[in-house]
Design a protein around this ligand. Structure first.
Ligand code: GLN
Length: 242
């Protein structure tokens, strides 16, 4: 068994250790005797989404997102949209989350038309939503801890549901109390941190989704998550005491 993972724009979208999500998924697969091949696809390279079982996009500042627009347009946008519709598991963080959406109008008025793979849109504000934060993952009945830093406020369209509710911090927009986006097998969130090492339940959920799509439903061998759980619980406690 193996998963072929695509890391999109690893050299440009990699804020606050987002690459750690790739390392975490790779390790959690290998610890269970499952292979993990990671391909990096960046500017000027073809994205052949059908070759992959899972796709990851990290975060980037407005500047990087604007720089990527010409490369994203056309073939990559079509591949991403088709992959999402086909049920490809996609993990997208912050700037990557915004880029899966329809558009981002930055706080200083730049209109970035993104892929539209997800029916969400983002509008920049003068407010910077920054800090450690926590939200629920309603599907799994657990809490997620992470770090957010964005000025974009994201609003979900019909048919896209949130990952959960904000317990501390801002989330999608600091207004409606919601965080992240779920559509088909897309898991999109503002959570840097990296997200997966300190939220092993989410890591396994994403891996399980990708494995089930390729090989059929299965249970994952449990791992010793005592360190991960300690990191998770520590942040949860800190945020609950605020
Ligand atoms: N540029 C986006 C914003 O500030 C995303 C930033 C990020 O990925 N942390 O809203």
């Amino acid at each position: 068994m193996e998963l072929n993972i695509c890391h999109l724009y690893p050299d440009i979208l990699n804020l606050y250790g987002d690459r750690g999500n790739i390392l975490c998924m790779k390790k959690r697969l290998e610890w269970r005797g499952i292979g993990a091949n990671v391909d990096e696809v960046s500017v000027g390279q073809r994205l052949e989404a059908k070759k992959y079982d899972l796709l990851f996009i990290g975060g980037g500042q407005d500047f990087e997102q604007e720089v990527l627009l010409p490369d994203l347009r056309g073939e990559k946008t079509e591949e991403l949209k088709a992959a999402v519709e086909d049920g490809m598991p996609v993990l997208a963080i912050c700037g990557g989350y915004q880029m899966l959406g329809q558009y981002y109008k930055t706080w200083d008025g730049v209109q970035c038309d993104f892929t539209g793979a997800l029916d969400v849109c983002t509008v920049g504000s003068k407010q910077r939503m920054i800090g450690n934060y926590m939200f629920t993952c309603d599907e799994l009945g657990c809490e997620v801890v992470g770090f957010e830093n964005h000025s974009g406020k994201t609003y979900l369209g019909d048919g896209v549901r949130p990952i959960g509710k904000v317990l501390a911090g801002y989330g999608n927009n600091g207004e409606d109390g919601l965080e992240g986006a779920r559509y088909k097998n897309v898991f999109a969130t503002y959570s840097h941190g990296s997200l997966l090492p300190k939220n092993p339940q989410i890591a396994d959920f994403i891996l399980k989704t990708a494995l089930a799509r390729k090989y059929g439903a299965m249970e994952l061998k449990p791992l010793d998550d005592s360190l991960e759980t300690a990191a998770h619980d520590y942040m949860k406690k800190r945020l609950s005491e605020k």
